[in-house]
Write a protein that binds this ligand. Structure first.
Ligand code: F3S
Length: 63
């Protein structure tokens, strides 16, 4: 699974990093989220899907 965050949509709600702290990191300055790596480890996939559902801006996509 691959994950992307659309920085145009991300408003720094931080829910993604709460759901999957090993996958998403938040920028110290603007609070925008980005994946540590585009490739999601198999044991993190369920958490990433939770993050997709929890983002109010629908900024996270997986493929
Ligand atoms: Fe951004 Fe959504 Fe996470 S708005 S910080 S991608 S919960």
């Amino acid at each position: 699974m691959k994950v992307k965050v659309d920085l145009e949509r991300c408003q720094g709600h931080t829910l993604c990093a709460m759901r999957a702290p090993d996958v998403f990191e938040l920028d110290d300055v603007d609070g925008h989220s980005s994946p540590v790596s585009e490739e999601v480890p198999a044991d993190q996939e369920a958490k990433v899907l939770e993050a997709v559902r929890s983002c109010p801006e629908r900024a996270i996509s997986v493929s």
